[in-house]
Design a protein around this ligand. Sequence first.
Ligand code: FMN
Length: 175
Amino acid sequence: MANPAAGPGIPGRTSVPRAHRFRGSLGRFATGVAIVTFDGATKRHGITVNSFTSVSMDPPLVLASIARTAKAHDELAGRPFTVNILGAEQRQLAMHFAGRPGPEPKWVEGATAPRLSGVLAYFECRPWAAYDGGDHTLYLGEVVDFNHRSGDALAFANSAFTTIPESQLGIEDLL
Ligand SMILES: Cc1cc2nc3c(=O)[nH]c(=O)nc-3n(C[C@H](O)[C@H](O)[C@H](O)COP(=O)(O)O)c2cc1C
């Protein structure tokens, strides 16, 4: 079978289609929620992602995996961008940039790329590399500016938002 994530269910285990089970299995990996923001050729873009990953400390690199079908996909190539990490109270913002627009959010003009006001943390990035990721592209950015505030984090698991209390987040301030 060309695509092992597609096709019929796993014999003897379930009648759920394999692609559905693949998604469900991926959903067991709990993540944070972020929004990638950048200025395109003619407009400002934002796309909600949970594929954010830290990649390298030196140089400081992060990545987001963007679907080829997303409107922002082509324009992100070669452009600076910001990864905005969301706080627990920012579910509406997550949905705003996932195709369910609400009131226009407040923007901050970053030195490298635009970012969103009031987020839990942000990473302003220069474009570093883009790699083929099947029906997605892995966009790597070199972090040139970053910061964070205190507060609970927004998380995503099993297709649902949840909260990670601040008490379970980093200890870097204690080091
Ligand atoms: C919690 C959450 C996580 C998401 N993660 C990703 C992701 O990592 N990569 C991606 O391409 N789309 C992801 N999406 C879907 C995009 O946000 C959504 O398809 C996109 O905003 C649609 O934009 P468009 O209609 O402008 O193409 C995610 C959506 C949600 C709600």
